[in-house]
Design a protein around this ligand. Structure first.
Ligand code: SF4
Length: 387
């Protein structure tokens, strides 16, 4: 389909008010396969987003977000407030009104072939999940992966979607040409809790199997144990079960951090907590009374609990990657060099690796992890643009 031939300058009468203001909306689609979900197909003017904080001499990082909104519907999702820019709410609308940049791969290929493109690492999964269910319908990722690999651009992908498996052969091929780092986000190792707090996601076991499948192809694949939920997933039994499962999956590294609740997320989180775990409401109100982050005391306690466990399960820092024999990818080296030049640390979060705020326990450290973090604090998330 030639998107340039689409009539994109007219408002779609059936669209929701905020979306109707966009002049690049093609159509809004519902389909029986995705009951309750509406896809708003737009033509993107650009595909690469610059992470705030860079300048033209020292690019900080680049991201691609093919979708806006996410049917994985994690209650704690940090991207929820971004839907408000479209006059949609950060609750149900975020889960069910999905904006799809249908021409993203085509636009990306053009951008990557500009003479000015310097092949800095690009991250997918910084805002919403590129392998959410919509990807099964729109198949945007193969074109994105091909465009990145063809242009010699290193990249990383963070996802909860087992649809990643569909593209593993393509990713393995891409990894022959450019550094590729994958990360699967798996925070909850209790099936009942996982289905309640991440109702649109594949099961934990399916995600672990995806990690294993990636590793079997020789791809670097980390697990993000994020967020650790106070009083719900920070117990010793849960952490032992989690780390044993991650170790058995063959994951090349583990990252964890405690739950953050920023405005625009907090209200949805507490609505869920009141419904599902009313006994914890007052404890959470006290933990998050000061703002977005769990108190330093809690984060230190969590680090103190997890560090010996990570050692016990062989997931502590400094473990070599058996697939590559390498400790770091070329992509990470490139991104961290830029970060050092800018006087920043290598996480992009303003947090030193190993600190209670964000711990990176790594075999081979995932590539530009400064940018693979849609579940990390929103400090480096681009302000959403209206395409
Ligand atoms: S946390 Fe990630 S997977 Fe979950 S809803 Fe948000 S973007 Fe989707």
């Amino acid at each position: 389909m030639r998107w340039s031939e689409q009539a994109i300058d007219t408002e779609n009468a059936s669209a929701l008010p905020g979306l109707a203001r966009l002049n690049n909306l093609i159509t809004s689609v519902t389909t029986p396969e995705f009951a309750g979900v509406t896809f708003h197909e737009v033509v993107a003017k650009s595909a690469l987003n610059r992470v705030p904080g860079g300048d033209s001499a020292l690019p900080f990082g680049w991201t691609i977000n093919p979708y806006r909104g996410c049917s994985h519907a994690c209650v704690y999702c940090f991207a929820r407030p971004t839907h408000e820019y479209l006059d949609l709410d950060g609750g149900d609308d975020f889960d069910r009104q999905i904006v799809v940049k249908v021409n993203v791969a085509e636009v990306l290929a053009r951008e990557l072939h500009r003479p000015t493109w310097q092949h800095h690492p690009v991250a997918l999964g910084t805002n919403t999940d590129p392998y959410q269910r919509a990807e099964g319908r729109y198949r945007l990722m193969p074109g994105i992966i091909a465009a990145l690999a063809d242009s010699g651009t290193p990249f990383s992908i963070l996802t909860k979607g087992t649809l990643l498996r569909r593209d593993l052969p393509l990713l393995a091929e891409a990894a022959q040409h450019v550094p590729v780092d994958l990360a699967v986000s798996i925070a909850v190792y209790d099936d009942e809790l996982q289905q309640s707090v991440e109702p649109g996601t594949p099961t934990t076991s399916a995600r672990l199997a995806t990690v294993s499948a990636a590793r079997e192809l020789g791809l670097s694949c980390s697990v993000f144990m994020m967020p650790v939920l106070p009083y719900l997933t920070d117990g010793l039994d849960h952490l032992h079960a989690a780390l044993a499962a991650v170790r058995d999956s063959g994951a090349s590294s583990v990252m964890y951090s405690a739950l953050h609740l920023k405005p625009g997320v907090k209200e949805w989180w507490f609505a869920w907590l009141e419904r599902e775990h009313p006994e914890l409401v007052s404890k959470y109100r006290s933990l998050y009374a000061q703002g977005t982050y769990a108190p330093t005391g809690y984060r230190s306690w969590l680090a103190g609990r997890l560090r010996p466990l990570l050692r016990e399960y062989g997931l502590e820092k400094g473990q070599a990657d058996p697939a590559t024999g390498s400790m770091r990818s070329a992509a990470l080296d490139d991104s961290t060099r830029s970060l050092r030049l800018m006087g920043l640390n290598g996480t992009g979060t303003g947090v030193t690796p190993g600190s209670p705020d964000l711990t990176i326990d790594t075999g081979r450290t995932p590539a530009p992890r400064a940018m693979i973090a849609h579940e990390l604090p929103g400090g480096f998330r681009s302000q959403p643009r209206l395409f």
